[in-house]
Structure formats: C-alpha cells, structure tokens
Design a protein around this ligand. Structure first.
Ligand SMILES: [Zn+2]
Length: 621
C-alpha cells in the first residue's frame, strides 16, 4: 500500500489576498447566488470533474458577513500576496529542508464544487524537494504551497448549496509528502509531526477544522484514490487502512469477473410495465408516481455485488454511491435477498424478461423522473464496466465512522492557469537569510525543553507538543502557574469534560483558565476540585464564582475544617482511643466524604492527625 499526505493548515495572519480578518463569524448580511458552468479550455478539452459537477445543475448561495470585502465575492481584483503568510510558508519550507522557488507565481486552480466564488482557488508553489524524519524513517516532502482556503459550507437543500465567505481567502500552508507512507498508523504519525512543525511557527489558527488532511491511497495493483478533507486526525489511519481494504476487495471481484468473462451492458431496459403490480417499496412508489424502472444487465456479476468473505465493502454499494452522487436515493440489485422492494416472483420474472442466466445479475433504477433515471443508469453502468478493470481513481469523502464515500471523479491534470491579477513575488537571498536566522524551535527540541525546564514527564510533554495546546500552555505558565498543573489541565482535565452529542468540545478562553487556576491556588477551592468547576462552566454557569458555588466546592476556612474533623473524631472516639494512629485511614475516608475538593487534601490529613493525637489514650508505659 502506498499513501501520500497533503496537510492544509490555516494561518492566523489575515487573509491571503485582502486585509480582512481570519476569524469566522456567525453574522451575515448580503446574500447572493451563482451558478457554475463547465467551459472548454484553449485545447477544446473540458475537465471531467467540472463537467460532472455542472451536470448536477446546482445553485450556489453565498453569505457575506460584516468582515468581508468585495475581494471574497469576486467583485474586485485580489490585492498582492500577504507577505507575512509567505514568510510563514517559507519558514515551514526551511524547517523541512525544502528548496524555495526563485519567484512565487500565483496560479488559478479549477474548483468545481462552488466553494470559491471565482470558480478557482488561488495557489502558489513556494518550495520543493524536502524531507521529514519520522520514527527513524525518511519521508519525501514534494512541495510546500501557499493557497487560499475555500468558503465554508453551511447548508445544502435540494438543488442548492450554501456557503459563508468568512473562511474564503484564509491562507493555507499546504505540505505534500511523497507516497512513502506504508500504513494507516504511519500516516497518522507523519501528519502529527507535520502538524507540530506547523504550530512551531506560532502563526497558525487553532480549533476544529483549522488543519485538514487529504490522503492519497493506492493498494498494490489498485489506483490512486483521494480521500479529501479529513479533519479528525485520530481517524486518519483508519481511512487509509479501510481504503486499502476497499481496493483489495475490488481487485478480488475483478479477478472473479475476469474468470467469468463478465461484462456490463451500457443500455438499460425499460421494465416499468413488468413491475406495475408491485404494492410497496421504492420501486412501486416510483411507478405509482408515473416514473420509470430501468434495468441494467450485468453478465457474469451474480454473487459479486454483495459482501465477499464477510468484507465490509461491496460492489453493490459502489453502484449505489453512483446513483446517490447523480441525485437518487438508491438502487435495487439482484444479489439482495427478495423482500419488500422486489419479491421473489418479480425477481424470476425479470430474469426471464431480461434473458439473464444463473451467473448474471441486474440492477434496477426506479425514479419518478425518467430523465434522471436515464442519467443515473448511465453512471451506474459506467461504474459496473470499470469493475471489470479493477479500481477506479476517484475522490472520496471521509465519513464520521471511519468509512469513505464516493464524491466525484479525480480532477484532470490541466487545471492550473496563471493568476494575472496578482504580481509575482521574488524570493530574495536577504529574505531567506532573515528567516533562516530566526527559525522556530523544532518539536523534538521543544519536547526536550519542556522536560528539562519544567520537569514535565516526557509523555505529558509529548501530548503538549503533538497536541494543539502548546501555545496556550506557554501563555498560562507565563502568567505564573505551575507547569505540571497547567499541562494536566490542558491535556487531561479539559478534554475529559463531557459535552452533549454533536456539540463542540468545551473550549474556555485563556483568561478563564488563568482565573480558574488562580482561584484554586488561592484556596477558594481545592485543586482536586478543578474538573468539577470546569464541568459547571461547561454546562453554562455564568462565571467562575457561580461555577464554584454550583459545584458545592466553596472552600472551608481553618476553623470550619477543625470543627468538621473534631465532630468526626468524636463520632468514633472509642476507635480513636483504642487504635490511635491506626484509626487514621478509616477516619480520613469519612472526612474526605464531607470535604473533598473544598480544601487541600494534605491540610485535611494534617488536621486529622493532630485531632487523633489529642484524643488517643496515652501510650502505655
Ligand atoms: Zn476581504
């Protein structure tokens, strides 16, 4: 298996071609709609992905916010390239041992899903030919690019997709590795290392969706398939491994099809009248609505559309994906057991009508719109024909459960064109010397420093460097809090705070965390109470004061502490007199049940020891 990674990281430098801020916004004002049409280039060829997308006939709605200018809506030419963003990209390139280009030329790259108001994405090659050592293995870095992020998808209804312009134009540093990665876990490791390197520049945006990965996967004998836009690093390895499994299944099916001399017929047969007496199910619904049922004949495909040896993937799903991409809910095929959609008698009748033998299969496409049914049938037939050859190269979407789903064909190669509105930028020796002189600390060096300077355990230090919270850690430690407590707060206590399903993780501000730690250190509540107070803040307590109150952790003063301890000792006075210090453990349990989190555990223990010493019987002899 061969895997290559493309990592895209948003920068916090202001937008790439205008002066708008890089913060997302929930406020919108102006809304406008556009359509995209595929046009042929100078050599008369039309990009396959563009033609496919245009055939879907979608309307694109764009929401512009108060912090967007006319550059994002493509009503005004772009300004010159953001020099600060270029500095960050060049810095990353130098850290990766890449060779910077002499002159940065901005290009237009066709984008077909409406996520750019221009119909293209501006992208610039910054450096090539570097390498990255991960776990003792050297991975090739093919290129470092600087490009603009796309608009943010905020909704999709039938025939329409809505985008918000706040994200459009945020600078992205793109790092592309060679196909040197050999497994899912390795892909995740490399992505982690690249992420840490990017964050080392201290100029990146943080939070969900600010770093995204594309995976190029090909199994041995398979094809390059691109899984695009992975936001969850923890699933990266799973996407790679499952894609390999999917390609292996398709290759196994191909070999079977070859043995049988299988072939898919491109022309569908109209079987609407054959199925007119069906009572319910999707096929019957389409017929009743005045639609059509088309059948595709797949010679030699019988038994190969369903699961093979318990595989999760199946060829039937690949065909159904094509139907879905072309706008239909699903298909019915002959490897599915007879049921509601197609009773056994109808199966047999269709086989006869279609002239199919025992090794043949069929697929039904039922839709109220005959035109759409024909389009879907053509897409499904084309996909079935490719099954005889093996794995089609394509773009796939990552799903939340670790699987992927067909999204569109791979874009053609010829989709770059010079952006004549943006002047090129020469990369001077002086600039490179300046950046080289101020290169940030590498992640491995940072890890070592956290261990030696702050006394953190290497594992905890690693979580900070390879997680996303290093910058925040340093900021909070600078405000005078002990490093160990801050590290635990950011890497363990905070991520463990439960949030309702589907809600974003609880993400308090640096100031809030500072205030929280200050209160714990000042004895307002015990340090063990930090997670409970966080939980109260996460579930909506307005401010720290109220969170502490709701958590029932308001601290006890020394007098109250002494009173509580005395009361508990008196309740067990016989035990104390008899056992002396040995009564400490059982009594400590009783005391902690009342005071846990309200006063430092060590102070409570000291108070209890003193009380026991006062009350125990004088030592004999
Ligand atoms: Zn702008």
């Amino acid at each position: 298996m061969k895997v290559g990674l493309e990592v895209h990281q948003q920068l916090a430098t202001g937008k790439l071609f205008c002066a708008c801020p890089t913060e997302l916004s929930e406020t919108t004002g102006l809304t406008f709609v556009r359509r995209l049409r595929a046009a042929s280039g100078e050599e008369r060829a039309t990009d396959a992905a563009a033609a496919f997308q245009a055939s879907r006939g979608l309307l694109y709605r764009y929401e512009s916010g108060p912090s967007n200018c006319l550059v994002e809506s493509d009503e005004e030419p772009p300004r010159p390239l953001n020099e600060e963003a270029l500095d960050v990209a060049l810095t990353v390139a130098l850290l990766l041992g890449c060779r910077p280009v002499d002159e940065v030329e901005v290009m237009r790259k066709i984008v077909v899903d409406g996520s750019n108001t221009t119909g293209f994405q501006r992208t610039a090659l910054v450096a090539v030919d570097g390498h990255l050592e991960v776990g003792g293995k050297r991975h090739a870095i093919l290129a470092v690019c600087l490009e603009e992020d796309a608009a943010r998808k905020v909704g999709a209804a039938s025939g329409e997709v809505a985008y918000r312009l706040d994200r459009l134009g945020i600078p992205l540093v793109e790092i592309a590795t060679g196909p040197t990665i050999a497994s899912g876990p390795e892909a995740r490791q490399v992505a982690q290392e690249i992420g840490a390197l990017l964050r080392a520049t201290r100029r990146v945006r943080r939070g969900i969706g600010t770093i995204r990965e594309d995976l190029n996967v090909s199994a041995d004998g398979g094809q390059r398939v691109e899984v695009k836009g992975v936001q969850e690093l923890r699933l990266l390895g799973e996407y790679a491994d499952r894609e390999e499994g999917r390609q292996r299944l398709l290759l196994k099916v191909r070999d079977q099809l070859a043995l049988r001399g299988a072939r898919a017929e491109a022309e569908p047969v109209d079987v609407t009248s054959e199925l007119s007496e069906l009572r319910d199910g999707p096929v019957a619904a389409a017929v009743k609505a005045g639609g059509v049922v088309l059948a595709l004949r797949l010679h030699g495909f019988h038994g190969l559309l369903g699961a093979q040896d318990g595989s999760e993937e199946r060829l039937g799903r690949e065909l159904a994906d094509q139907a879905r991409a072309a706008g239909l809910g699903g298909i019915v095929h002959s490897d599915e057991p007879p049921g509601r959609a197609l009773p056994a008698a109808a199966h047999e009748r269709l086989r006869g009508r279609l002239g199919l033998g025992g090794r043949d299969a069929f697929v039904l496409i039922a839709d109220r719109s005959p035109e759409r049914a024909r389009r879907v049938a053509a897409a499904v037939a084309a996909r079935a024909a490719v099954a005889v050859e093996g794995v089609p190269g394509e773009t796939r979407d990552p799903l939340p459960d670790g699987r992927t789903r067909y999204s569109r064909p791979l874009p053609g190669r010829d989709r770059l064109y010079p952006e004549t509105d943006v002047p090129p930028v020469a990369v001077t020796e002086e600039r490179l010397a300046r950046l080289q002189a101020s290169l940030p600390e590498r992640p491995s060096a940072t890890l070592g420093r956290l261990v030696s300077e702050h006394g953190l355990a290497p594992e905890l230090a690693g979580q900070l460097v390879y997680g996303a919270d290093l910058e925040r850690f340093e900021e909070i430690v600078r405000r005078g809090h002990p490093a160990g407590a801050v590290a635990r707060l950011l890497t363990q206590e905070l991520p463990a705070i439960p949030v309702p399903d589907g809600a974003p993780p609880f993400d308090p501000s640096t100031d809030q965390l500072d205030e929280l730690l200050r209160a714990a250190e000042g004895g307002r509540f015990a340090k063990e109470g930090v997670p409970e107070v966080l939980r109260q803040l996460a579930s909506g307590a307005p401010g720290l004061e109220e969170a502490v109150r709701r958590s029932g952790l308001s601290g006890v003063d020394p007098d109250e502490l002494a009173r509580v301890v005395e009361r508990i000792v008196q309740a067990q006075i016989a035990l104390v007199r008899e056992k002396g210090e040995a009564a400490f453990s059982p009594l400590m349990g009783d005391v902690m049940r009342e005071l846990r989190g309200r006063r430092d555990g060590r102070e409570i223990a000291d108070e209890l020891r003193r009380a026991i010493a006062r009350h125990r019987a004088p030592a004999a002899g």
